[in-house]
Design a protein around this ligand. Structure first.
Ligand SMILES: [Fe+2]
Ligand SMILES: [Fe+2]
Length: 172
C-alpha cells in the first residue's frame, strides 16, 4: 500500500466507524417515548440495552483509535496535533464515564413516567452532543494530519490549515 492509500484507509475507517456509531445512537434515541406516549411499555429496558451497546462499541472504537495507530500517525505527520490528541484521549475516558452514569441511572429507576423519560432523553442528548463534538475534533485532527479534505459535516465548522502538503480530496 502506498502512502496515499494508507492514509485514506485510516481516515475512511474512522469516518465509517463514526457513522456506524451514529446509527446506534439514533436507534437508542428513538426508543425514548415523548410526552404523548408516557405509558409506552418497555422503553426503559430498550433504552438501557441501547446505551449498553453504544458503551461497548465506543469502548472498542476508542481502544482501536488509541492502539491502532491512526492518531499516533496523525501526530507523527503533524506534531502540532499532539495537544489535540491528548484532549481526545482524555475525552474518551470522560465519555465512557458519562455513559456509565446514564446506564446506572436507568438501572435504578423504578416506575417510569413521561417526566423521567424526558429527563433521561435530555441527559442522553447532552452525552451525544459531547460525542459529536469529540468526533468533529477527531475528524479535524485526521484532516490536518493526513492532509485530506472532509465534508463540512464530518470536519466540523472551524476548518484549519493542513500540515505541510496541500489538501487532497478523499476518493469516496
Ligand atoms: Fe475518539
Ligand atoms: Fe472516533
Amino acid at each position: 500500500m502506498n502512502g496515499n492509500d494508507c492514509k485514506f484507509v485510516y481516515v475512511d475507517h474512522m469516518l465509517a466507524e463514526h457513522r456506524r456509531l451514529d446509527q446506534l445512537v439514533r436507534r437508542t434515541m428513538a426508543s425514548i417515548p415523548g410526552w404523548e406516549e408516557a405509558d409506552a411499555a418497555g422503553w426503559l429496558p430498550r433504552m438501557q440495552a441501547g446505551l449498553q451497546e453504544i458503551r461497548t462499541e465506543l469502548a472498542h472504537h476508542f481502544r482501536k483509535e488509541e492502539e491502532g495507530g491512526c492518531l499516533e500517525e496523525a501526530v507523527a505527520r503533524c506534531p502540532q496535533l499532539s495537544v489535540d490528541v491528548g484532549h481526545i484521549e482524555a475525552e474518551h475516558r470522560e465519555l465512557l464515564a458519562s455513559l456509565d452514569d446514564l446506564i446506572g441511572r436507568c438501572r435504578t429507576l423504578g416506575a417510569t413516567t413521561a417526566a423521567q423519560a424526558q429527563t433521561l432523553d435530555a441527559e442522553f442528548r447532552a452525552v451525544v452532543h459531547k460525542l459529536r463534538a469529540h468526533e468533529a475534533r477527531e475528524n479535524r485532527v485526521m484532516q490536518r494530519g493526513f492532509n485530506v479534505s472532509l465534508s463540512d459535516e464530518d470536519a466540523g465548522s472551524d476548518e484549519e490549515a493542513p500540515c505541510g502538503e496541500p489538501w487532497q480530496t478523499l476518493p469516496f
